[in-house]
Design a protein around this ligand. Structure first.
Ligand SMILES: Nc1nc2c(ncn2[C@@H]2O[C@H](COP(=O)(O)OP(=O)(O)OP(=O)(O)O)[C@@H](O)[C@H]2O)c(=O)[nH]1
Ligand SMILES: [Mg+2]
Length: 144
C-alpha cells in the first residue's frame, strides 16, 4: 500500500512530464511561427523568352516552374515567370510570338541577360525555317 508521500512523488513526476510536454509543444509552435529561413539572393537575371506563335513558350515556362500545362492560352502582351535557383532568381519574360507582335520584340531587349528562344521541334519544315529566320533577325538586333 503506497504511502501518501509516494503518491505525492508520483503525482509530482507526472506533473513534470506533463509540463515538459507542454513546454516542448509551446517551443515547437514558437519556432514554427517565428522561424523563417533566411535565403540570401546573390544574383537576379532577366531573360526574354521568344519564339514563333504556338512554339510552346508558355507551356515550357509553366512546366519549368511546376505549373499546370493544361488550358494554356496564346500570350497577349507578356507573361512573366520567376524561377528560383538556389541563391539566384531568374525572371523570364515571354512575349507573344504572333506576326503582329514580333516587330515589338526589340523594345524589350534592353537590360536582358539572356534570350531563351523556343523552337517547336515537331513543326514542319516551313515553320522550322521561319523559326530560324526570326532567330537570325533577333541575333542581328542584338549585334551577334
Ligand atoms: N504535344 C505538345 N503540345 C505542346 C507542347 N508545347 C506546347 N504545346 C501545345 O501547343 C499549343 C501552343 O503552346 P503555347 O505554349 O501557348 O505556345 P506559345 O509559344 O506560348 O504561343 P504564343 O504565346 O501564342 O506565342 C498549346 O495548345 C500547347 O498545349 C509540347 O511540348 N507537346
Ligand atoms: Mg505564350
Amino acid at each position: 500500500m503506497p504511502k501518501l508521500f509516494d503518491n505525492v512523488q508520483i503525482g509530482f513526476v507526472a506533473c513534470r512530464i506533463g509540463m515538459r510536454k507542454v513546454g516542448l509543444t509551446v517551443l515547437a509552435w514558437a519556432l514554427k511561427v517565428c522561424y523563417r529561413p533566411v535565403i540570401i539572393i546573390r544574383d537576379q537575371y532577366q531573360v526574354l523568352c521568344l519564339g514563333l506563335q504556338g512554339s510552346g513558350k508558355t507551356t515550357a515556362l509553366a512546366s519549368l516552374v511546376g505549373e499546370s500545362v493544361s488550358n494554356i492560352e496564346p500570350t497577349t502582351g507578356f507573361n512573366i515567370k520567376t524561377l528560383p535557383l538556389k541563391d539566384t532568381i531568374v525572371d523570364i519574360k515571354e512575349l507573344g510570338g504572333s506576326e503582329i507582335v514580333r516587330p515589338f520584340w526589340n523594345k524589350y531587349f534592353e537590360g536582358q541577360h539572356g534570350i531563351l528562344y523556343v523552337i517547336d521541334a515537331a513543326a514542319d519544315e516551313e515553320i522550322l525555317k521561319e523559326a530560324v529566320k526570326i532567330l537570325q533577325e533577333v541575333k542581328i538586333h542584338l549585334g551577334f
